[in-house]
Design a protein around this ligand. Sequence first.
Ligand code: FAD
Length: 455
Amino acid sequence: MSNVEVLSKLEEIVGKDFASNSPEELFIYSQDPGVSHPRPVDFVAMPETVEEVQQIVRIANEEKIPIIPMGGGMTLSGLVIPVKGGIVLDMKRMDKIIEINETSRYALVEAGVTSGQIISYLNEKYPDLRAPFPDAPPSITLAGNALIHGSGYLSQKYGDHGAMINGLEVVLANGEVLKVGSCAMSKYWFTRGPIPDLVGLFTSAFGTMGIVTKLSIKLFPKPKFRDIVIGLIKDLDTIPELVLNLTKTDIPEDLMVALAEKPDFMKGYAILMLYINGDTQEELASKTKILKKMYRKNKATFMKMPPKYYDIFLEQPQFAAKAADFRKGGGFEYVGSFMPLEKIPEAIEIARDISLKYGIVPTQVSRIIGRGHAVMFAASYSFNRADPEDMEKARKALHETNEMVLNLGGLPWKAELGGQKLMIEKMDPNYKMLLKTIRNIVDPNGIMNPGNWEV
Ligand SMILES: Cc1cc2nc3c(=O)[nH]c(=O)nc-3n(C[C@H](O)[C@H](O)[C@H](O)COP(=O)(O)OP(=O)(O)OC[C@H]3O[C@@H](n4cnc5c(N)ncnc54)[C@H](O)[C@@H]3O)c2cc1C
């Protein structure tokens, strides 16, 4: 089929306004806000229904055209920039919130529903419930984030967002629709067990196993009040024990350790950002009292949050980056990683050295996941988008950080192609073999976001 014929098929399926191969429209899909080099895209299509996704996938499969599912396109690590050209499937028109189950506490949503959308929907209609979302711009999709094991303000207590998926509806490479989780046999999308858990086939797969069209995600009760209790840490080696002791109290909801030279009050310390909540102000006050005592016992110092930063740090999604020193150009990308708690002090030191080596202001955040079972350690590198040399420095810093993470026993998160390559090199041969076998069965023509996780 010629390009003209493919475009006309896509237009037939989604409508003329929602398919394109014109360079000015493809331009935006050929890059993302991170430091990845732009790569060419052949088509973009914006389906509105599962049937439209099926029809597009069938054409792509017959014609062996790569297909790249895209949510908000905000991972920063180039995951939705095609590696081998093809059709970017922009899911934003599939934006229905299908069901909120208040008793089993889940939301069933289409794959294009954004975090901004679910936040305002719940605030308006279900003010006692809240959804898991990251501290990312509100245009990101719940599906895109949960599918990459994202994390957010609920992750300290309840785990990463991949763990909060109850079930998925997926269009496979042959165009068939698959349901995984309890929805495979029940009208309730409330759990992924007790049956063989196939949800994991689609998480952190970066769209290589199928196109997710619906997802059920856990919701949580919403306490009335929230506050932040800041601690200053001088000796990085005390972090693992301090974190363990804090998680034992079951008080912190969200727990982060940040290192940044800006704003000024953060310079010279690791800052413990500990979020608490409760239904009364008295409850918050008594929790704060326990935490202050805990800080003293663990060589951390309580600090009252400077008022000018208070609202910024309590915003949800939090965008503390507003308080940081982003140089002219405004670009930044980070290596996120899942790291064992005991390796955090070393990771902080090495990432700081990497930043200084490339003339970048050191900025790192460690978010505790699941009461300390893992830490989402992120080393951020800012760059001037108008300066190719500066961008190259950031690329080198990111690469060295990936190496550091793997050397310390951690795993790069939402890794870009270079990071995926390093991980594949380290992977157990039987894991690789199984991954390859499953992929060949699920996608024999290799059309699903090819180039990613290529073993
Ligand atoms: C300022 C800033 C702060 C951030 N803070 C956080 C944070 O606190 N926590 C966090 O977790 N992340 C954070 N991020 C990273 C990132 O933005 C998020 O993880 C984001 O949620 C990714 O969602 P998305 O919709 O943009 O996904 P996309 O980038 O569109 O997609 C991510 C991956 O999932 C695949 N995918 C998307 N949709 C589908 C689908 N329907 N079917 C199959 N595969 C699909 C894509 O192919 C891609 O491989 C931050 C980013 C920025 C810019």
